[in-house]
Design a protein around this ligand. Structure first.
Ligand SMILES: Cc1ncc(COP(=O)(O)O)c(C=O)c1O
Length: 394
């Protein structure tokens, strides 16, 4: 029997592929150190767990609830958005979904018609192009340059603009590069999108993980009626809550109405207990987030130094998220037997040296790898020592 042509169009998550291989080796007893994690290595704050325990006894939480999300959570999202991001988001303009990933799917399905084009600067988070394709659109990948610190320019956007362009995916801090746009740089891009009547899908999941200087303003600040802007956010990264699966969109009435219709048929409400967990995280402020951020910052600087001191590696100092994205192309030129690209280099590092990095191809950028520093300080230094040893004579 035939199955959907999507099968040929989309690829499975490449991050998962290397993580699974690393897990298998670990199971075999190999001393694998993983730099692949896209999640904090910290535990969800204790007060979240306490609140969920209490809530689990309440029979109301065992029933269906409103599609858009619990009122108490949408009120908290509204309050904290105003507090941290500096724009007004009415609770009625929020739809809570199963993580930021699901929020991005809802967004794309809500705004795209068949063959609409979506601009995606690369290196990109691996899900964006696949999500666009699933929603019937066409991802238009724009390769940014190392020399521009992986920031997209208006010239590049203009070169890729067609009468089919519907949206731009915007993320700062970025996964996988950790790049953070300045206010001035962001303003130029927002102005370009507003002028050309392009949606900006602003993925703000890493907004609290900026280490130096100001964070990038949300486009919603410049577009208070959300005519062109859809904000995506969630609790996964800032509150160490990846497994709870709570994210949301903030958008205008029209988008919210269609997103609710879509979600009402797809998943209905997000698990009530997870929503209560997210409410608790937001109500309790950023103290735990900032403790985690301090630890990440220490690791960011030490890991950056290791790569930066290797002659054959080029690296920009990233200012956000928990990733480094060094240019390792020097090692992808058959210096090692059967290694002619970054996938093969990462395979070699994993199989021969038991260190797992995610190859740049997964993010649309061959010749790089992503190094997450969301792992313990001991593992980080041991793993990087192993890496330095592995490449020292090449
Ligand atoms: C840039 C970016 N956006 C969205 C997500 C999705 O987060 P969630 O776990 O809430 O689905 C991730 C997760 O890795 C991410 O890196």
């Amino acid at each position: 029997m035939d199955i959907s042509k999507l099968n040929e169009l989309i690829t499975p998550s490449g991050t998962m592929a290397i993580s699974n291989k690393a897990k298998m080796l670990k199971k075999e007893g190999k001393p694998v150190i993983g730099f692949g994690a896209g999640e904090p290595d910290f535990a969800t704050p204790g007060y979240v767990i306490d609140d969920v325990k209490k809530a689990s006894e309440n029979p109301e939480n065992h029933k269906y609830s409103g599609v858009a999300g619990l009122e108490v959570l949408r009120n908290e999202i509204s309050r904290t958005t105003n507090l941290y991001s500096g724009f007004n988001a009415s609770p009625d303009n929020i739809v809570v979904s199963n993580g930021g990933k699901h929020a991005i799917f809802n967004t794309l399905i809500s705004i795209l018609d068949k063959d609409d084009e979506v601009l995606i600067p690369s290196p990109y988070w691996t899900t964006y192009p696949e999500a666009v394709k699933i929603a019937g659109g066409i991802p238009k990948v724009i390769a940014t340059n190392f020399s521009d610190n992986f920031k997209v320019t208006v010239d590049q956007l203009n070169e890729n603009l067609t009468n089919k362009t519907k949206a731009l995916v915007w993320v700062s801090p970025s996964n996988p590069t950790g790049t953070v746009y300045t206010k001035e740089e962001a303003e130029v891009i927002f102005e370009w999108a507003f002028k050309n009547n392009i949606w900006i899908i602003s993925d703000e999941l890493y907004e609290h993980l900026v280490y130096e200087g100001e964070k990038t303003p949300s486009p919603a600040i410049y577009d208070p009626e959300l005519k062109n802007t859809i904000v995506v956010n969630g609790v996964a990264k800032a509150y160490a809550m990846t497994g709870w699966r709570v994210g949301w969109i903030i958008a205008n009435d029209e988008v919210i109405s269609i997103a609710k219709k879509i979600q009402s048929h797809a998943t209905s409400n997000v698990s009530n207990l997870s929503q209560i967990a997210a409410t608790s995280a937001l109500q309790n402020g950023l103290e735990e987030t900032n403790i985690m951020k301090e630890a990440f910052n220490k690791r960011r600087l030490s890991a950056f130094d290791v790569f930066n001191n290797i002659d054959n590696i080029k690296i920009a100092r990233p200012n956000g998220a928990f990733y480094l994205f060094p240019d390792i192309s020097y090692y992808c030129n058959n210096k090692i037997k059967n290694v002619s690209n970054s996938i093969e280099f990462c395979d070699w590092l994993l199989e021969e040296h038991y260190i797992a990095f995610i190859p740049g191809e997964v993010f649309g950028a061959e010749g790089y790898f992503r190094c997450s520093y969301a792992l313990s300080e001991n593992e980080l230094s041991e793993g990087l020592k192993r890496f330095t040893e592995a490449i020292k004579d090449l």
